[in-house]
Design a protein around this ligand. Sequence first.
Ligand SMILES: Nc1ncnc2c1ncn2[C@@H]1O[C@H](COP(=O)(O)OP(=O)(O)OP(=O)(O)O)[C@@H](O)[C@H]1O
Ligand SMILES: [Mg+2]
Length: 504
Amino acid sequence: MKENIPILEMKNISKSFGPVRVLNGVDLTLNRGEVLGLIGENGAGKSTMIKIICGIHKKDSGEIFYNGEKIEIESVAHSQQLGISTIYQELSLMPDLNAAQNIFLNRELNKKGNNLVAPLNSVEMGKKAQQILKDELHINIPVDRPLKYMTLAQKQMVEIARTIYADAQVIIMDEPTSALGAEEREQLFNVIRGLKEKGRSVIFISHHLDEIMKVCDRISVLRDGKKVADDLVRQFTIERIINEMVGKSLQSQYPKESVELGKPILSIHKLTKKGAFEDISFELREGEILGVVGLEGCGKNEVIRSIFGRLPYDSGDIIKNGKKLKIRSVKDAMVTKIAFVPAERKVDGLFLKQNIAWNTTIASLDKIIKYKTLVSKKESTVTNGYIAQLNIKAESSNQSISALSGGNQQKVMLSRWIMMNPDVFLLEEPTRGIDVNAKTEVYRAIGECVKQKKGVIVVSSEEEEVIGICDRIIVMRNGKISGVLDAKKTNTSEIKRYSLKSEV
Ligand SMILES: Nc1ncnc2c1ncn2[C@@H]1O[C@H](COP(=O)(O)OP(=O)(O)OP(=O)(O)O)[C@@H](O)[C@H]1O
Ligand SMILES: [Mg+2]
């Protein structure tokens, strides 16, 4: 049996932000050649723990040992020098530089050894970059392509190649898969297995418990800033993980309201956008939750973006309540009471300098303004309602949105749109980055919307989620609808079949 040699040990770590204690005496051990899954609900303290390891935050108390030696991590640069590398969700690469230049950033090779004024040896860097990507990671990415033209998955691989070149011993991935498609996830798991074989150690954070079970050797569970469980993966079941995370067992992950469907609210007729999607027709009825699924690049995201006026379409009609709409801009869509919650919430809608109340109410100011004055009491009452409904972990509605954990920021975005009270919700990956328990709350909130005769379209890469909450599921492939399935009667393998080939 392999002996466990710790590379990183965190002992009794505590951390507060102002009066709020976020980590409370947490122990965490990472062994050599091990993949450790770090899990917990939104706001449990996972990212804070990671930020202490990579030098962004300073711990208040506790001890850190690296290779058996007690250390203080002074800064991000210091953490990197020690051989610790973090792959953030918001990647830290340079979009205008190509893959090779990014891999060698700040560690460039030049033509005369380490002579700083010698010209850079781009040929050598290109070759070496190619070798890392191809031979070590087994992936094909053109090394001379600027990062801005790459998919997120490719950028992530470049970032991993960077850590390999830097010879990082500890590689931390904070929710690396949340924006990846199924195939790209598999590719990442293979890369993680490869890193492990090389004796590197990985800390892997994810809300996808099935992934955790698949790639991790050991699991540490945080709940409210404390470590509540730590064991080998084989000692866990998904149920046990959820119990540990939440402190109670989850009843039904997919609460589904039975709502009688009413008349069609939205009809899409032969909607076409060259190069993105073609001949898309479907109807959404009052009280209906309609899922749209398909592999990356199938056109599903483009379709709802066109319905919302984000992406101009070439031909076809959008008909709402019997009236043909001319949606040319986001404003048009909002006036017609269509709401869109995008997947990339951080880039796409949060005002990071403002507080929770501001972010919640910004799209519905008419509801909290009286005689042209913002009624702040009303603003906070409304916001507190959503904080309670969606179980948003926050100090108060005054707290800055940037101090919330990732998952809680997303819940604020969702409350903004619920407050707008639209007729049609277009939700893109509504539970991305949201923990299992909070997912159920989001599903409940969606259920409440359809009870009020609204229509909801959910574009999602989580097949089980759409099966669990939707009435019907549209499967897209290569820009066209390849199947329309009854959610009650279908399963993930049928969805996969329709996503992969057109004639089934
Ligand atoms: N800079 C900060 N100032 C104040 N509070 C903060 C700050 N950063 C984090 N917090 C608080 O610390 C708690 C833990 O946050 P953290 O980001 O570690 O959670 P997490 O487990 O990563 O959650 P998620 O799954 O949502 O990403 C949260 O309640 C958050 O509001
Ligand atoms: Mg986090």
